[in-house]
Design a protein around this ligand. Structure first.
Ligand code: ASP
Length: 328
């Protein structure tokens, strides 16, 4: 039996965020739920879709209902999925779909395309009767207001907020729009393998808070935010621009195919990431065809959930780390 799965609730500066217990609880519930689906269906795709849909619905993770807004207070969501059997689909910058991962699956299974974007992707969601995105939860709106204060209040040491502030100051139109509002990163992902040897990966996000409207990150881009081959399934999280530049999931597939040694492949991928885009940039989870699950991240923390010998384990891992977990 190779059946295995692992979920993530994002990589970043998790420890300093208020309300983190609710996010941990959400990953725990979704790990239980998707493990049940994997056992009942023996289908890796069904279980990763269930895992990501469950996290999108939680409201306490940055995907689906809990997604963080862009600079203008709107939500634009990205998601993608892929299996070792050749199924692949993604959606980018959707605004009205509660579960972008379900829409990504429709793109994969029912259209001749791989990525659909924007309001026409939302229309497809209506055509297939998917639920609409509800208004943002109060705690997300509060986080948006706090982030705006960081941009416009006392100067922030965070280079990301500094870069947004500079952009807004240099672009008068944005300045006007934002001054009139005082309105608000932890992507979710899951990978699994079933007893038939099918591997599947799924990722979903609201993107990076205060992103420019129209910005699309790594999440709907195969090889960057997600990837699945006959050997590995991978789901990434972190700073999308750095993930796209370093392509950790594709790189993992290539390194593992070349070495057939998962520990070596992981260390090579992280070396490549650190050399090309630097530390504190990203993390990913994965599973191989033998049912070995693993995670690697160079950020302050990462939230993960998996099942080891029948026990559900959810951890907010501190300090950058690379680990292959023996789940059997
Ligand atoms: N990777 C996502 C993005 O850049 C954000 C995240 O993982 O938290 O859109």
């Amino acid at each position: 039996m190779v059946k295995a799965l692992i979920l993530h609730g994002g990589a970043g500066a998790w420890r300093i965020r208020p309300g983190v217990e609710k996010s941990i609880e959400a990953v725990k519930n979704c790990t239980v739920q998707s493990w049940k689906v994997l056992n009942e269906t023996n289908n890796a795709l069904e279980s990763v879709v269930e895992a990501v849909k469950c996290m999108e619905d939680s409201g306490y993770l940055n995907a689906g209902y809990g997604s963080v807004p862009n600079l203008l207070g709107e939500r634009e969501l990205d998601a993608g999925l892929m299996t070792s059997t050749g199924l692949i689909g993604a959606v980018a910058a959707v605004k009205a779909t509660r579960n972008p991962i379900l829409l990504a699956r429709i793109v994969a299974e029912k259209t001749p395309h791989i990525i659909l974007a924007g309001e026409n992707a939302d229309r497809l969601s209506l055509m297939f009767g998917l639920p609409p995105l509800p208004p943002m939860p109060a705690h997300v709106a509060e986080r948006y207001r706090d982030s705006l204060k960081k941009v416009f209040g006392e100067s922030s040491p965070d280079p990301y907020y500094e870069s947004i502030r500079k952009f807004v100051e240099n672009n008068k139109l944005f300045h006007e729009l934002i001054r009139g509002l005082i309105n608000v990163s932890d992507t979710v992902g899951a990978v699994a393998v079933d007893d038939n040897g099918m591997l599947a990966a799924a990722t979903s996000t609201g993107g990076i808070i205060l992103k420019l409207p129209g910005r699309v990150g790594d999440t709907p881009i195969p090889g960057a935010g997600f990837y699945a081959s006959r050997n590995i399934a991978c789901s990434a999280t972190g700073w999308g621009e750095f993930i796209i530049r370093s392509m950790p999931c594709l790189k993992l597939h290539l390194e593992y195919e070349a070495t057939r040694d998962i520990e070596l492949a992981l260390s090579r991928v992280m070396e490549h990431v650190n050399n090309t885009v630097g530390s504190n940039t990203l993390g990913f989870i994965g599973v191989n065809e033998e049912g070995r699950v693993f995670y690697a991240y160079n950020t302050e923390a990462m939230l993960i959930g998996y099942v080891k010998k029948g026990e559900v384990i959810v951890e907010l891992k501190p300090e950058p780390n690379v680990e292959v977990v023996d789940v059997r």
